[in-house]
Design a protein around this ligand. Structure first.
Ligand code: NAD
Length: 359
Protein backbone atom coordinates (compact mmCIF):
# COMPACT_ATOMS: atom_id res chain seq x y z
CA UNK A 1 0.00 0.00 0.00
CA UNK A 2 1.25 3.48 -0.93
CA UNK A 3 1.17 6.03 1.90
CA UNK A 4 0.74 9.71 1.29
CA UNK A 5 2.72 11.66 3.87
CA UNK A 6 3.25 15.38 4.36
CA UNK A 7 7.01 16.05 4.36
CA UNK A 8 8.26 19.19 6.09
CA UNK A 9 12.05 19.62 5.89
CA UNK A 10 12.09 22.50 8.42
CA UNK A 11 15.08 24.86 8.71
CA UNK A 12 18.59 24.94 10.18
CA UNK A 13 19.88 21.36 10.04
CA UNK A 14 16.28 20.18 9.42
CA UNK A 15 16.51 19.72 5.63
CA UNK A 16 19.67 17.56 5.90
CA UNK A 17 18.14 15.40 8.62
CA UNK A 18 14.81 15.12 6.81
CA UNK A 19 16.45 14.11 3.53
CA UNK A 20 18.57 11.44 5.25
CA UNK A 21 15.43 10.11 6.95
CA UNK A 22 13.41 10.12 3.74
CA UNK A 23 16.08 8.06 1.95
CA UNK A 24 16.13 5.47 4.74
CA UNK A 25 12.33 5.28 4.88
CA UNK A 26 12.21 4.68 1.14
CA UNK A 27 14.90 1.99 1.42
CA UNK A 28 12.59 -0.06 3.67
CA UNK A 29 10.59 -0.88 0.55
CA UNK A 30 7.43 0.84 1.81
CA UNK A 31 6.00 3.10 -0.88
CA UNK A 32 5.49 6.75 -0.05
CA UNK A 33 4.01 9.67 -1.86
CA UNK A 34 5.62 12.71 -0.28
CA UNK A 35 3.63 15.93 -0.23
CA UNK A 36 6.47 18.35 0.54
CA UNK A 37 5.74 21.73 2.11
CA UNK A 38 7.82 24.33 3.94
CA UNK A 39 7.71 25.60 7.50
CA UNK A 40 10.14 27.68 9.56
CA UNK A 41 12.61 30.48 9.18
CA UNK A 42 13.42 30.08 5.48
CA UNK A 43 9.81 30.32 4.28
CA UNK A 44 9.24 33.15 6.78
CA UNK A 45 12.02 35.11 5.09
CA UNK A 46 10.71 34.29 1.62
CA UNK A 47 6.96 34.70 2.17
CA UNK A 48 6.53 36.46 5.52
CA UNK A 49 4.71 33.45 6.98
CA UNK A 50 6.60 30.66 8.79
CA UNK A 51 3.70 28.24 8.55
CA UNK A 52 1.86 28.66 5.23
CA UNK A 53 -1.74 27.50 4.93
CA UNK A 54 -0.75 24.99 2.24
CA UNK A 55 1.43 23.16 4.78
CA UNK A 56 -1.36 22.89 7.33
CA UNK A 57 -3.90 21.94 4.63
CA UNK A 58 -1.65 19.13 3.48
CA UNK A 59 -1.39 17.61 6.97
CA UNK A 60 -5.13 17.92 7.44
CA UNK A 61 -5.60 16.02 4.22
CA UNK A 62 -2.92 13.31 4.55
CA UNK A 63 -3.34 13.04 8.34
CA UNK A 64 0.32 11.99 8.68
CA UNK A 65 3.41 14.17 8.60
CA UNK A 66 7.13 13.96 9.25
CA UNK A 67 8.92 17.15 10.13
CA UNK A 68 12.49 18.34 10.50
CA UNK A 69 13.07 20.80 13.34
CA UNK A 70 12.19 24.46 12.94
CA UNK A 71 13.75 27.48 14.64
CA UNK A 72 11.66 29.62 16.97
CA UNK A 73 13.13 33.10 17.30
CA UNK A 74 13.60 34.22 20.90
CA UNK A 75 11.71 37.37 21.93
CA UNK A 76 10.45 38.93 18.67
CA UNK A 77 9.55 37.20 15.39
CA UNK A 78 7.04 34.43 14.82
CA UNK A 79 5.36 32.04 17.24
CA UNK A 80 6.57 28.46 17.57
CA UNK A 81 5.37 26.34 14.65
CA UNK A 82 5.25 23.32 16.91
CA UNK A 83 2.86 25.05 19.28
CA UNK A 84 0.71 26.14 16.32
CA UNK A 85 0.69 22.61 14.93
CA UNK A 86 -0.32 21.11 18.26
CA UNK A 87 -3.16 23.61 18.60
CA UNK A 88 -4.44 23.48 15.01
CA UNK A 89 -4.45 19.68 14.85
CA UNK A 90 -5.21 18.99 18.51
CA UNK A 91 -2.04 16.88 18.76
CA UNK A 92 -2.73 16.05 22.38
CA UNK A 93 -0.32 13.15 22.93
CA UNK A 94 3.44 13.44 22.67
CA UNK A 95 5.06 10.02 22.65
CA UNK A 96 8.80 9.82 23.21
CA UNK A 97 10.48 6.44 23.39
CA UNK A 98 13.81 6.51 25.23
CA UNK A 99 15.75 3.35 24.57
CA UNK A 100 19.50 3.00 25.15
CA UNK A 101 20.92 1.24 22.10
CA UNK A 102 24.03 -0.91 22.50
CA UNK A 103 27.17 1.00 21.64
CA UNK A 104 25.93 4.34 22.94
CA UNK A 105 27.88 5.79 25.84
CA UNK A 106 25.43 6.06 28.73
CA UNK A 107 25.52 5.22 32.40
CA UNK A 108 22.02 3.78 32.01
CA UNK A 109 22.29 1.06 29.37
CA UNK A 110 19.17 -0.71 30.67
CA UNK A 111 16.88 2.22 29.84
CA UNK A 112 13.90 1.36 27.68
CA UNK A 113 11.06 3.68 28.62
CA UNK A 114 8.33 5.48 26.73
CA UNK A 115 7.25 8.92 27.87
CA UNK A 116 3.68 9.92 27.07
CA UNK A 117 3.26 13.66 27.61
CA UNK A 118 -0.04 15.55 27.58
CA UNK A 119 0.37 18.36 25.05
CA UNK A 120 -2.52 20.80 25.44
CA UNK A 121 -3.22 21.66 29.08
CA UNK A 122 -1.39 22.45 32.31
CA UNK A 123 0.89 25.48 32.73
CA UNK A 124 1.50 25.33 28.96
CA UNK A 125 -2.07 26.37 28.20
CA UNK A 126 -0.72 29.90 27.81
CA UNK A 127 -3.10 31.47 30.35
CA UNK A 128 -0.78 34.08 31.81
CA UNK A 129 -1.20 37.39 33.58
CA UNK A 130 1.71 39.79 33.38
CA UNK A 131 2.87 41.55 36.51
CA UNK A 132 1.38 45.04 36.65
CA UNK A 133 -1.27 44.43 33.94
CA UNK A 134 -4.97 45.30 34.35
CA UNK A 135 -5.98 41.69 33.91
CA UNK A 136 -3.49 40.65 36.57
CA UNK A 137 -5.07 43.17 38.96
CA UNK A 138 -8.59 41.90 38.13
CA UNK A 139 -7.58 38.32 38.74
CA UNK A 140 -5.86 39.12 42.03
CA UNK A 141 -8.95 41.02 43.13
CA UNK A 142 -11.22 38.09 42.27
CA UNK A 143 -8.91 35.75 44.15
CA UNK A 144 -8.80 38.08 47.14
CA UNK A 145 -12.60 37.78 47.22
CA UNK A 146 -12.11 34.03 47.52
CA UNK A 147 -9.62 34.41 50.35
CA UNK A 148 -6.37 34.10 48.39
CA UNK A 149 -3.86 36.91 48.59
CA UNK A 150 -1.30 37.22 45.83
CA UNK A 151 1.47 39.81 45.97
CA UNK A 152 0.94 42.84 43.75
CA UNK A 153 4.32 42.31 42.04
CA UNK A 154 3.55 38.70 41.03
CA UNK A 155 3.20 37.37 37.50
CA UNK A 156 0.61 34.58 37.33
CA UNK A 157 0.33 31.46 35.17
CA UNK A 158 -2.73 29.23 35.39
CA UNK A 159 -2.59 25.44 35.45
CA UNK A 160 -5.77 23.86 34.08
CA UNK A 161 -5.98 20.06 34.09
CA UNK A 162 -9.29 18.52 33.06
CA UNK A 163 -10.83 15.09 33.39
CA UNK A 164 -11.30 15.05 29.59
CA UNK A 165 -7.63 15.88 28.91
CA UNK A 166 -6.38 13.44 31.53
CA UNK A 167 -8.63 10.62 30.38
CA UNK A 168 -7.52 10.82 26.75
CA UNK A 169 -3.79 11.07 27.50
CA UNK A 170 -3.83 8.16 29.96
CA UNK A 171 -5.95 6.18 27.50
CA UNK A 172 -3.32 6.94 24.83
CA UNK A 173 -0.61 5.62 27.16
CA UNK A 174 -2.48 2.36 27.78
CA UNK A 175 -3.24 1.99 24.09
CA UNK A 176 0.44 2.46 23.28
CA UNK A 177 1.34 -0.13 25.92
CA UNK A 178 -1.12 -2.64 24.49
CA UNK A 179 -0.09 -2.10 20.87
CA UNK A 180 3.62 -2.30 21.62
CA UNK A 181 3.82 -5.21 24.04
CA UNK A 182 4.51 -3.05 27.07
CA UNK A 183 3.61 -4.31 30.54
CA UNK A 184 3.20 -1.32 32.83
CA UNK A 185 2.00 2.29 32.88
CA UNK A 186 3.23 4.70 35.57
CA UNK A 187 1.36 7.99 36.07
CA UNK A 188 3.53 10.81 37.44
CA UNK A 189 2.06 13.76 39.35
CA UNK A 190 2.33 16.01 42.38
CA UNK A 191 -1.15 15.26 43.66
CA UNK A 192 -0.06 15.57 47.28
CA UNK A 193 0.43 19.32 46.74
CA UNK A 194 -1.82 20.23 43.76
CA UNK A 195 -4.86 18.28 44.84
CA UNK A 196 -7.33 19.68 42.32
CA UNK A 197 -5.20 19.65 39.15
CA UNK A 198 -2.66 16.84 39.57
CA UNK A 199 -5.12 15.18 41.95
CA UNK A 200 -7.72 15.05 39.18
CA UNK A 201 -5.10 13.70 36.77
CA UNK A 202 -4.28 10.89 39.19
CA UNK A 203 -7.90 10.10 40.01
CA UNK A 204 -8.71 9.95 36.29
CA UNK A 205 -5.62 7.82 35.57
CA UNK A 206 -6.79 5.28 38.15
CA UNK A 207 -10.20 5.06 36.47
CA UNK A 208 -8.65 4.61 33.03
CA UNK A 209 -6.37 1.89 34.46
CA UNK A 210 -9.48 -0.08 35.51
CA UNK A 211 -10.43 -0.28 31.82
CA UNK A 212 -7.08 -1.98 31.10
CA UNK A 213 -6.67 -4.69 33.73
CA UNK A 214 -4.12 -6.61 31.64
CA UNK A 215 -1.57 -3.78 31.96
CA UNK A 216 -0.04 -3.05 35.37
CA UNK A 217 -0.62 0.45 36.72
CA UNK A 218 1.20 2.45 39.37
CA UNK A 219 1.75 6.09 40.21
CA UNK A 220 4.76 8.10 41.35
CA UNK A 221 5.19 11.57 42.71
CA UNK A 222 7.19 13.45 40.08
CA UNK A 223 10.22 14.29 42.21
CA UNK A 224 10.50 10.70 43.37
CA UNK A 225 10.17 9.53 39.76
CA UNK A 226 13.10 11.74 38.70
CA UNK A 227 15.21 10.32 41.50
CA UNK A 228 14.33 6.76 40.54
CA UNK A 229 14.86 7.30 36.81
CA UNK A 230 18.49 8.23 37.38
CA UNK A 231 19.07 5.26 39.66
CA UNK A 232 16.83 2.43 38.40
CA UNK A 233 15.41 3.36 34.96
CA UNK A 234 15.03 -0.33 34.11
CA UNK A 235 12.08 -0.52 36.53
CA UNK A 236 10.01 1.79 34.30
CA UNK A 237 8.12 1.06 31.13
CA UNK A 238 5.48 3.56 29.88
CA UNK A 239 5.28 6.80 31.89
CA UNK A 240 2.33 9.17 31.43
CA UNK A 241 2.59 12.77 32.61
CA UNK A 242 0.85 16.14 32.45
CA UNK A 243 2.43 18.67 30.08
CA UNK A 244 5.14 20.40 32.16
CA UNK A 245 6.48 17.29 33.91
CA UNK A 246 6.36 15.50 30.56
CA UNK A 247 8.47 18.19 28.94
CA UNK A 248 11.13 17.99 31.63
CA UNK A 249 11.18 14.21 31.94
CA UNK A 250 11.48 13.93 28.12
CA UNK A 251 14.82 15.71 28.25
CA UNK A 252 15.82 13.62 31.24
CA UNK A 253 14.98 10.55 29.15
CA UNK A 254 17.08 11.86 26.23
CA UNK A 255 19.98 12.24 28.67
CA UNK A 256 19.53 8.68 29.93
CA UNK A 257 19.87 7.21 26.45
CA UNK A 258 22.91 9.16 25.33
CA UNK A 259 21.76 12.51 24.04
CA UNK A 260 19.38 14.56 21.96
CA UNK A 261 20.65 13.12 18.70
CA UNK A 262 18.85 9.87 19.62
CA UNK A 263 15.54 11.10 21.07
CA UNK A 264 12.60 10.49 18.75
CA UNK A 265 9.01 11.63 19.04
CA UNK A 266 5.46 11.51 17.78
CA UNK A 267 2.65 14.00 18.30
CA UNK A 268 -0.64 12.21 17.96
CA UNK A 269 -4.05 13.86 17.83
CA UNK A 270 -7.62 13.45 16.84
CA UNK A 271 -7.02 15.03 13.41
CA UNK A 272 -3.54 13.85 12.47
CA UNK A 273 -0.16 12.58 13.63
CA UNK A 274 3.15 14.41 13.26
CA UNK A 275 6.50 12.70 13.69
CA UNK A 276 9.58 14.67 14.68
CA UNK A 277 12.76 14.56 16.76
CA UNK A 278 12.83 15.95 20.29
CA UNK A 279 15.78 18.20 19.47
CA UNK A 280 15.74 21.57 17.74
CA UNK A 281 17.24 22.92 14.52
CA UNK A 282 20.86 23.10 15.83
CA UNK A 283 21.42 26.11 13.54
CA UNK A 284 25.16 26.39 14.13
CA UNK A 285 25.61 23.12 12.22
CA UNK A 286 23.37 24.10 9.31
CA UNK A 287 24.63 22.91 5.93
CA UNK A 288 27.63 21.09 7.40
CA UNK A 289 26.35 17.53 6.88
CA UNK A 290 27.38 16.85 10.46
CA UNK A 291 24.55 16.25 12.94
CA UNK A 292 23.00 12.94 13.86
CA UNK A 293 19.82 11.98 11.99
CA UNK A 294 18.98 9.06 14.34
CA UNK A 295 16.32 10.96 16.29
CA UNK A 296 14.38 11.83 13.15
CA UNK A 297 14.96 8.38 11.68
CA UNK A 298 13.56 6.76 14.84
CA UNK A 299 10.60 9.14 14.56
CA UNK A 300 10.24 7.69 11.07
CA UNK A 301 10.18 4.22 12.66
CA UNK A 302 7.30 5.41 14.86
CA UNK A 303 5.56 6.69 11.74
CA UNK A 304 5.93 3.31 10.03
CA UNK A 305 4.30 1.63 13.05
CA UNK A 306 1.51 4.23 12.98
CA UNK A 307 0.96 3.44 9.29
CA UNK A 308 0.67 -0.27 10.09
CA UNK A 309 4.07 -1.10 8.54
CA UNK A 310 5.43 -3.02 11.54
CA UNK A 311 7.84 -5.24 9.57
CA UNK A 312 9.45 -2.26 7.85
CA UNK A 313 9.64 -0.47 11.22
CA UNK A 314 11.41 -3.44 12.82
CA UNK A 315 13.81 -3.69 9.89
CA UNK A 316 14.66 0.02 9.97
CA UNK A 317 15.11 0.11 13.75
CA UNK A 318 17.33 -2.98 13.68
CA UNK A 319 19.52 -1.42 10.97
CA UNK A 320 19.91 1.82 12.97
CA UNK A 321 20.73 -0.21 16.11
CA UNK A 322 23.33 -2.25 14.20
CA UNK A 323 25.08 0.85 12.79
CA UNK A 324 25.19 2.38 16.28
CA UNK A 325 26.47 -0.83 17.85
CA UNK A 326 29.27 -1.18 15.27
CA UNK A 327 30.20 2.43 16.03
CA UNK A 328 32.18 2.97 12.82
CA UNK A 329 29.97 4.90 10.42
CA UNK A 330 28.37 7.12 13.05
CA UNK A 331 28.22 10.89 13.51
CA UNK A 332 30.59 12.79 15.82
CA UNK A 333 28.22 12.75 18.82
CA UNK A 334 28.27 8.93 18.90
CA UNK A 335 32.08 8.71 18.84
CA UNK A 336 34.18 8.44 22.03
CA UNK A 337 35.36 12.04 21.53
CA UNK A 338 33.58 14.79 19.63
CA UNK A 339 36.63 15.56 17.46
CA UNK A 340 37.08 11.92 16.37
CA UNK A 341 38.28 12.13 12.75
CA UNK A 342 36.52 8.85 11.83
CA UNK A 343 33.06 10.36 12.39
CA UNK A 344 30.88 10.36 9.27
CA UNK A 345 28.37 12.98 8.10
CA UNK A 346 24.56 12.95 8.24
CA UNK A 347 24.25 11.64 4.72
CA UNK A 348 26.93 8.91 5.08
CA UNK A 349 25.24 7.72 8.26
CA UNK A 350 22.04 7.30 6.26
CA UNK A 351 24.02 5.34 3.63
CA UNK A 352 25.30 3.04 6.39
CA UNK A 353 21.75 2.38 7.66
CA UNK A 354 20.56 1.63 4.12
CA UNK A 355 23.53 -0.71 3.56
CA UNK A 356 22.70 -2.49 6.82
CA UNK A 357 19.06 -2.92 5.78
CA UNK A 358 20.11 -4.40 2.46
CA UNK A 359 22.74 -6.71 4.00
P1 NAD B 1 18.90 22.17 19.65
O1 NAD B 1 18.28 20.87 20.02
O2 NAD B 1 18.66 22.66 18.29
O3 NAD B 1 20.47 22.06 19.80
C1 NAD B 1 21.19 22.10 21.02
C2 NAD B 1 22.50 21.34 20.84
O4 NAD B 1 22.22 19.95 20.91
C3 NAD B 1 23.17 21.54 19.48
O5 NAD B 1 23.99 22.67 19.45
C4 NAD B 1 23.93 20.27 19.34
O6 NAD B 1 25.13 20.33 20.06
C5 NAD B 1 23.02 19.25 20.01
N1 NAD B 1 22.16 18.58 19.01
C6 NAD B 1 20.86 18.82 18.74
N2 NAD B 1 20.42 18.00 17.79
C7 NAD B 1 21.46 17.22 17.46
C8 NAD B 1 21.64 16.18 16.50
N3 NAD B 1 20.65 15.76 15.70
N4 NAD B 1 22.86 15.60 16.40
C9 NAD B 1 23.87 16.00 17.18
N5 NAD B 1 23.78 16.97 18.09
C10 NAD B 1 22.58 17.58 18.23
O7 NAD B 1 18.43 23.23 20.75
P2 NAD B 1 18.52 24.81 20.76
O8 NAD B 1 19.85 25.26 20.27
O9 NAD B 1 18.06 25.18 22.10
O10 NAD B 1 17.39 25.26 19.73
C11 NAD B 1 17.64 25.68 18.39
C12 NAD B 1 16.33 26.08 17.76
O11 NAD B 1 15.48 24.94 17.62
C13 NAD B 1 15.53 27.08 18.60
O12 NAD B 1 15.03 28.07 17.73
C14 NAD B 1 14.41 26.25 19.20
O13 NAD B 1 13.26 27.03 19.43
C15 NAD B 1 14.17 25.24 18.11
N6 NAD B 1 13.53 23.99 18.56
C16 NAD B 1 12.73 23.37 17.66
C17 NAD B 1 12.16 22.16 17.99
C18 NAD B 1 11.28 21.50 16.97
O14 NAD B 1 11.21 21.95 15.83
N7 NAD B 1 10.60 20.43 17.32
C19 NAD B 1 12.40 21.56 19.22
C20 NAD B 1 13.26 22.19 20.12
C21 NAD B 1 13.83 23.42 19.78
Amino acid sequence: MRHEVTFIPGDGTGPELAEATRRVLEATGVEFEWDEHPAGEDVYEAEGNPFPDRTLDSIKRTKVGIKGPTTTPVGSGFRSINVQLRKELDLYACIRPCKAYKGVRTRFPETDIVIVRENTEDLYAGIEFERGSDDNAKLREALAGLGHTIREDAGISIKPISEFGSDRIVEAAFRYAEENGRKKVTAAHKANIMKFSDGLFLETARKVAERHPEIEFEDRIIDNLCNQLVSRPEEYDVIVLPNLYGDIVSDLGAGLIGGLGLASGANIGTEAAMFEATHGSAPKYKGLNKVNPTALMLSGVLMLRHLGEADAADKMEAAIAAVIEKGEKVTYDLKPTRDDPTAVGTSQYADAVIEEMNA
